[in-house]
Design a protein around this ligand. Structure first.
Ligand SMILES: Cc1ncc(COP(=O)(O)O)c(C=O)c1O
Length: 334
């Protein structure tokens, strides 16, 4: 038995999802003629309380297009030092958009409003780089699936508004924040100018993210999507998987959260720090633990010398969790 806890991106489309893909009505999306893509763009925009959406192949592209709606070459965006946009998107903002980042330190990825206030430099003049936007991540991946506290998010939104800064939300796992906190999706996504959400993480679609914003920003992002070579043709086959995921796989994220909590309590992580589907363990030698666990068929990610990450998802059931605990407990506590 293989139990793959490396990421919630490893899921394979279910039979129902494959059937929806096979039956999808399609057209040429570069001409705006794919009804299934048009439907998912409208559906996600409405779910999140925004006006327009753009279907893109990946969360990285959703973020990249969102960020470039805020800043030009030579300008900066601020985010926390563990943010996925800063650590794991291979420098896209610099490589493609000429945007630099500065970061604040964040425990578990949690927002620290005073740190943000101390970092931003709007209209910094001819000597310093001007900050154009603040980017937040909810839930926070490398922070350990952290749900951002509503009051802190509201305070950052107010700060940005008072300084004329834009706001981007990397909501790759916003669905998990919604299910864990009970806050509505529009409440979690409101106040941000651009929001990127993923269909290919906990929701189990093979491909796809959606960027939502105003119609004019989305029209501009659509041009950049094509310019980057990501204008897709009969992409309704992929959008159908995403629509199926939205209809079937949001509420069940609660099961993933319960399984992550079980892993945390059995493997000695602080249960208060496990709010959604990600468990971070501090171990003496993460690579060694990951290597030994792999030999026993349990796959986990070593993301730093001591940083082990386990992610629950819809392809890991209770038996898988039991097996993971059997294999990992002696390795992490021994
Ligand atoms: C928080 C967060 N944002 C963005 C992404 C990027 O998504 P993708 O792998 O589809 O580019 C990920 C991927 O794991 C993520 O965890």
């Amino acid at each position: 038995m293989i139990v793959d806890l490396r990421s919630d991106t490893v899921t394979r489309p279910s039979q129902g999802m494959r059937a929806a893909m096979a039956d999808a009505e399609v057209g040429d999306d570069v001409y705006g003629e794919d009804p299934t893509v048009n439907a998912i763009e409208a559906e996600v925009a409405e779910l999140l309380g925004h006006e327009a959406g753009l279907f893109v192949p990946s969360g990285s592209l959703g973020n990249q297009l969102g960020l470039r709606m805020h800043a030009k070459p030579g300008e900066e965006i601020v985010c926390d030092s563990l943010a996925h946009i800063a650590r794991a998107e291979l420098g896209h903002a610099a490589a493609f958009s000429g945007i630099t980042f500065r970061t604040w330190q964040a425990t578990r990825g949690l927002i620290d409003v005073e740190a943000v206030r101390g970092l931003i430099a709007p209209d910094a003049g001819p000597y310093l780089v001007s900050t154009k936007a603040i980017s937040l991540e909810n839930t926070h991946n490398f922070g350990g699936g952290t749900v951002q506290p509503t009051a802190q998010v509201a305070a950052v939104i107010e700060l940005a508004r008072s300084c004329g800064l834009g706001l981007h939300l990397d909501g790759a796992r916003l669905w998990n924040a919604h299910v864990a906190s009970g806050a509505s999706l529009p409440a979690l996504a409101s106040g941000f100018d651009t929001v990127s959400v993923c269909l290919s993480k906990g929701l189990g679609a093979p491909v796809g993210s959606v960027l939502v914003s105003t119609p004019s920003r989305i029209a501009e992002a659509r041009v950049w999507r094509k310019r980057y070579g990501a204008g897709m043709r009969q992409a309704g086959i992929l959008a159908a998987a995403g629509r199926y995921a939205l209809a079937h796989n949001i509420e069940r994220l609660a099961d993933d959260h319960a399984r992550a909590a079980r892993l945390a309590s059995e493997l000695g992580a602080n249960p208060d720090n496990v709010e959604t589907n990600i468990v971070v363990l501090d171990v003496a030698d993460a690579a060694a633990v990951a290597g030994e666990a792999r030999e026993a068929g349990v796959f986990v990610s070593a993301l730093g010398p001591r940083f082990l990450r386990l992610v629950t998802h819809l392809d890991v059931d209770d038996d898988g969790i039991k097996r993971a605990i059997e294999v990992l407990r002696p390795l992490v506590q021994g």
